[in-house]
Design a binder for this molecule. Structure first.
Ligand code: PLP
Length: 282
């Protein structure tokens, strides 16, 4: 694992964070995770733009111009190697005596990079289980904030239920999952929640939407009711930088059979991969 803190690459990721660091005390900061494949940062430009938007949303000044952050991220990935690499990077409002209002402090970049987990086609065909949980998060889930306590609790509930992901339901509708976006498939029609304030507009989600449109399938960018998602979808999957598209094999106690070889889901998966590797903007 490669580590970076404040202004340099460091040997160890331990014992570097001041006790009064605002990321640590308040979760006062934002983050991104980027997957590199063969040296290419998948959607890196989009991740950096989202970082800038998140920073503006919480009135956080970035410690460096975006181009400099890009260079550090690329450097970190290349130090790990040329295979699948995940780079996690966060910006906090910095170190200052604890007091809620904004401090007079320098924002701090912290980063780690390590080999990314990949999944076999076989694993993906088998899929993973999901449960639904109440979405108890705040009103600005479009910001990629460090505050992930509700996500942590939701994921833990999934693990304890023998599932992999927890799908949030707000006011009777599916928003997204604890660390991914959610899609449903009914006939040849794909469904996913619109990119409004209650979800993070995933970069993988955007590549998937581009692939769906490219292949001529219908996308309904509208919220699925929990009843529709739990009982009626023929297939469902979650999307994220580290998983790309992962089919669900169950939602609560309902089993979802593996999508057949000619399912639009697999066509979209393949097209999404091509698009994300091509560097097309989404
Ligand atoms: N939604 C949430 C809550 C997430 O934490 C994530 C990623 O970690 C996503 C969606 C997927 O976003 P992306 O595809 O940009 O990784």
């Amino acid at each position: 694992t490669v580590y970076y803190y404040r202004d340099r690459f460091i040997e160890s990721g331990r014992e570097v964070v001041p006790v009064e660091e605002r990321a640590f005390n308040y979760g006062d900061g934002i983050y991104e995770v980027v997957r590199f494949e063969a040296g290419h940062g998948v959607g890196l430009t989009e991740h950096l733009e989202r970082l800038r938007n998140s920073a503006e949303a919480i009135r956080l000044r970035l410690p460096h111009p975006l181009e400099k952050i890009r260079e550090i991220v690329v450097e970190a990935a290349s130090r790990v190697g040329a295979g699948a690499v995940d780079v996690y990077f966060q910006i906090s409002r910095g170190e200052a005596p604890r007091s809620h209002a904004f401090p007079d402090a320098e924002p701090v970049l912290a980063l780690f990079a390590r080999p990314g987990k990949t999944y076999t086609d076989e694993f993906r065909r088998a899929g993973v289980g999901a449960i639904t949980v109440p979405d108890e998060r705040w009103a600005n889930c479009w910001i990629k904030s460090l505050n992930l306590l509700p996500n942590v609790l939701a994921k833990q509930a999934a693990v304890e239920a023998g599932a992999y992901e927890a799908v949030f339901v707000r006011d009777g509708f599916v928003t997204e999952a604890s660390a991914s976006n959610v899609f449903g498939l009914h006939g040849d029609v794909f469904y996913t929640a619109p990119a409004e304030r209650e979800i993070l507009n995933g970069i993988t989600r955007r590549f998937v939407i581009a692939a769906i449109r490219d292949l001529g399938y219908t996308l309904k960018e509208e919220r699925m009711s929990a009843a529709f998602f739990e009982q009626e979808v023929e297939a469902a999957f979650v999307t994220s930088t580290t998983m790309d598209m992962m089919p669900l094999n169950s939602v609560n106690r309902r089993k979802l059979p593996p999508p057949p070889a000619d399912s639009p889901l697999w066509a979209v998966l393949n097209r999404m991969r091509e698009l994300s590797r091509s560097g097309v903007a989404v």
